[in-house]
Design a protein around this ligand. Structure first.
Ligand code: PBG
Length: 305
């Protein structure tokens, strides 16, 4: 009679695929998580499918970054080839999701291109996001996840997808994404050295109603799924967004949330498996239909036993 369950199909595994790697590279601040080579990533896709996961979310790490993130629009760029690999490996057996953002591709680490004064240029960035959506869908993504918090990003991507004949491609909108300290280890994961901060486009942790406003705006622009991120410090907002929209709600159990549990467990301060289960259960209980978590494969394997 437990009210809440965690099932493998509700979990999405984020995966990092790096260009030019010959061996998977461990990410020190994210114990258990690696930057994959294209080959080891292929194994991860088929493992995710056989575990019955809800999906994988792919992040690409290019060898060369530049001011406009040109690797994102290159059909042979790492994220686009990884999407094609994933689709070739698992077809429609697993939902393949793609991070749609420039920060992995830019040398300054911002989620968009900069104007001459060094500020993120919202509308110039939208034009690139629109092209990224199309190329990611053409490469093999079932779902694209605009995560840069530019105003109007969902509408721009939806319009471009439809115009290019990708009307079936789903948009998972990072609707309420907070300017958070909990993304720290992710920067190491994608080799990003951010100049400045993201406070001009990500949300202020003090503002909760804004999460609902952002989610409603994204639904109006055509989002099929809305996401709250991070998860643990924002459980109240997962519940508020769940109550406000009728589309599925996702939550991202981010890198810093993993790092805290892993570090405490490594010191023998908490029981690792119990803590992980409690984290995922609480995110589900708050109202998330879908949970992105680096522990997805491990937890699914345990649930399937
Ligand atoms: C943006 C993006 C970020 C994360 C996922 N997508 C970084 C950011 O917004 O600063 C962070 C995920 C994590 O910390 O686990 N492409």
């Amino acid at each position: 009679m437990a009210e809440t369950h965690v099932e493998p199909s509700q979990l999405v595994l984020p995966l990092f695929v790096a260009e030019g790697l010959s061996e998977p590279r461990p990410i020190a601040s994210m114990p258990g998580v690696v930057q994959h080579t294209r080959e080891t990533a292929r194994k991860a896709y088929s493992e995710a499918a056989s575990l019955g996961l809800g999906g994988v979310m792919l992040f690409g790490i290019p060898e060369h970054k530049d001011a406009v993130g040109s690797g994102s629009l290159d059909p042979n760029g790492i994220l686009n080839v990884a999407l094609a690999d994933a689709r070739a490996e698992v077809g429609d057996e697993l939902v393949i999701m793609s991070d749609l953002c420039l920060d992995e591709f830019t040398d300054h680490g911002h989620c968009g291109v900069l104007d001459s004064s060094g500020r993120v240029d919202n509308d110039a960035t939208l034009e690139i996001y629109a092209q990224m959506g199309v190329i990611q869908a053409a490469s093999g993504a079932h779902v694209v996840g605009p995560s840069g918090m530019m105003d109007g990003q969902v509408a721009a991507v939806r319009e471009a997808l439809d115009a290019a004949g990708h009307s079936d491609t789903v948009i998972l909108a990072y609707a309420a994404k907070y300017a958070s300290a909990f993304y720290g280890p992710f920067r190491e994961a994608v080799d990003s050295s951010l100049q400045g901060d993201r406070k001009t486009y990500q949300q202020d942790p003090a503002n909760g109603r804004e999460a609902v406003r952002e989610a409603l705006l994204d639904v109006a622009e055509g989002a099929d799924i809305v996401m709250v991120k991070p998860a643990l410090s924002y459980l109240d907002l997962i519940a508020d967004v769940r109550a406000a929209v009728v589309v599925p709600v996702a939550a991202y159990n981010v890198s810093g949330e993993l790092a805290m549990v892993e570090a405490a467990a490594a010191n023998g301060w908490i029981d690792r498996e119990r803590a992980i289960d409690e984290v995922l259960l609480s995110i589900r209980r708050a109202g998330a239909d879908i949970v992105l978590t680096y522990w997805a494969a491990e937890v699914a394997a345990r649930l399937n036993r």
